[in-house]
Design a binder for this molecule. Structure first.
Ligand SMILES: Nc1ncnc2c1ncn2[C@@H]1O[C@H](COP(=O)(O)O)[C@@H](OP(=O)(O)O)[C@H]1O
Ligand SMILES: [Mg+2]
Ligand SMILES: [Mg+2]
Ligand SMILES: [Mg+2]
Length: 319
């Protein structure tokens, strides 16, 4: 099958990074602050190091566009954080050195192009710090199209199950989920019209990452009567893909009207939903542009649905 090797390498890397993240989380890590004031932890850096190493070794010519960068980690203000990251990486790669760790992280400074990977080593860092949801999101993009998406969601548990879920999608082959606890893959599908119990909608926990009052109004206009389920990270795409919600809305925050979404915040989730039968566009119905730059400059807002209610949501957004 096409992308079999990419898929296996990516799954193994995301599962290894998931183990590192959960290990860090046992210790409730302090957050460091990035230049844009957003938080980052030793686990974000460790996860990026592990995944970039794996992709680099298997596909040395493939660029990786990752969220993190080792520049800050190397500065004196960072204290012993590089040593801490290296120690966690060593639990997966025993002979790793700090120099290798920073070089692996910086493999994520690649550019978009014909074929490249995009990586969010921890999506939902704020959720990770709160002990809520987060995702390790990796996608392969070729000629403008996401071909493969992997999401590791170590805190994902539905109905009291043991936490930990992997979502995998290959273009044209459908979407699968795999509980970490069983290792068994099963196909997933978006919610169908008759399944009214799952006609829910999901949105971010972080009010500043969207427009919650408008999101709720639009969901109601699309016939969803129950209150939203708030959840961090691309785990929201997993919820829609596996038929536990019909809609995920992320409308521009009135506080940050010029914000543009990053490709690594959506590429993996988008293919998982599309291959499960759903639809993903921006708030004007335009396809998301994952190939032109790191930021989706020509897209505003994100609409993720089971497909059936998509046009209704888009028309509600017009009025
Ligand atoms: N003003 C804003 N509007 C939308 N998204 C934002 C934002 N500020 C930050 N984000 C993004 O929101 C992501 C988390 O999504 P969610 O709110 O769904 O959990 C962050 O990813 P990271 O946690 O990887 O930095 C960050 O990229
Ligand atoms: Mg971040
Ligand atoms: Mg993110
Ligand atoms: Mg991140």
């Amino acid at each position: 099958m096409p992308y079999d090797r990419e898929k296996q390498v990516a799954i193994d890397a995301v599962l290894a990074a998931s183990r590192l993240c959960e290990e860090v989380r046992q210790a409730i890590p302090p957050a460091m602050e990035k230049g844009d004031k957003s938080p980052v932890t030793v686990a974000d850096f460790g996860s990026q190091a592990i995944i970039c190493k794996a992709i680099s070794e298997a596909f040395p010519d493939d660029p990786i566009v990752g969220e993190e960068d080792a520049t800050t980690l190397k500065t004196p203000e960072m204290g012993n954080n590089l040593e801490k990251v290296t120690d966690y990486v060593k639990s997966i790669i025993p002979d790793a050195t700090p120099e290798q760790v920073t070089a692996w992280i910086d493999r994520g400074n690649g550019s978009v192009g014909g074929r490249f990977w995009t990586l969010d080593p921890i999506d939902g860092t704020k959720g990770f710090l709160r002990k809520d949801q987060y995702a390790i999101a990796l996608a392969l993009i070729e000629n403008g199209e996401v071909k493969l998406g992997i999401m590791g969601c170590p805190a994902y548990a539905i109905d009291g199950d043991i936490p930990g879920m992997l979502f995998v999608a290959v273009r044209g082959e459908g979407s699968m989920k795999m509980p970490f606890s069983t290792g068994k893959f099963t196909p997933i599908q978006v919610v169908k019209a008759e399944d009214t119990a799952n006609m829910r909608f999901v949105e971010s926990v972080e009010a500043a990452h969207g427009d919650q009052s408008r999101q709720n109004a639009i969901a109601q206009a699309a016939g969803i009567t129950s209150p939203s389920v708030r959840m961090d990270s691309q785990a929201k795409y997993g919820v829609v893909a596996s038929g536990q919600a019909a809609l995920y809305l992320r409308l521009p925050s009135p506080k940050y009207p010029n914000y543009r979404e990053n490709i690594w915040d959506h590429a993996a989730g988008a293919i998982v939903v599309e291959e499960a039968g759903g639809r993903v566009t921006d708030m004007y119905g335009k396809p998301l542009d994952f190939a032109s730059s790191i930021k989706m400059v020509d897209n505003r807002g994100i609409v993720v649905s089971n497909g059936l209610i998509h046009d209704q949501v888009l028309s509600a957004l017009k009025s």
